[in-house]
Write a protein that binds this ligand. Sequence first.
Ligand code: GTP
Ligand code: MG
Length: 202
Amino acid sequence: MSIKITEAVFCASSTTVEQRVAPFLPELAFIGRSNVGKSSLINMLCNNSKLAHTSSKPGKTTLINHFKINNSWYLVDLPGYGYAKLPKKERERLSKMIFEYINNSKELLNLFVLLDSRHDIQQIDLNFINMLGEAGVPFSIIYTKADKQGVNALAKQIEKNNTALKEYWEELPPTFVSSSQTRQGKEDILKHIENLLKHIKP
Ligand code: GTP
Ligand code: MG
C-alpha cells in the first residue's frame, strides 16, 4: 500500500518563488504542455475533482498553485508550456514564471513531466526535459490519458518516445502511465512520492 492522502487543501497562488507563503515544505510539481492533464492528475491523486481547476480548453492554469497534502508536503500545479494560441507576450510570461520557480525553489523535490500517451513526444517537450538535465532538476515522466487508447497502441507509443529520449539520455527517468478517468497509475505515483519523501536529507 502506498501513502494515503487524507487531507488536500489549496493554499495559495503565486507567480514567483519569493511570493510563496510559509510553511516551506517539500514540493512535488507537475509540468507539461497545456491541456496534457496536470490539474486533473492532481485531483485524481487527491480524490477531489474540485481541488485544481481543469478545462477542456488549454491555458487554464496560469499561476503556481500550492496544495498542502497531509499538512506536510505540497503538490504544485504549474501552468502548461507551449500553448501556441496564446499571445507571444503571455507565453513568454508563463515560461519565465515556470523557469524561475523550477530554478529557484529549494523545496522542489521532484518535477513530474507529463506527456500525452497518444502522441509523439514533441521537440518542445524534449527541449524542456533537456533543460532540466542541464539545470540538475530531478524529474520523472508521467504519461496521461491512458484510457484514450488500447494497451498495445499505448505500449508502442511509449516505446517510440523512449527511443526519442534515448537520443539525448543514456538512462531514462522513472516513468509512469496514468489516467485521471480510470485512476490508473495512482498507486504507483503515490508510492514513488512516498519514496522521494523518505529520502529527504534532514
Ligand atoms: P492547463 O492548465 O491548461 O495547462 O491544462 P492541464 O494540463 O492542467 O489539463 P487539465 O487537467 O485541465 O485537463 C485538460 C483536459 O483533458 C480536460 O478536459 C480533462 O478532462 C482532460 N483529461 C485530463 N486527464 C485526462 C485523462 O486521464 N483521461 C481523459 N479521458 N481526459 C483527461
Ligand atoms: Mg491546469
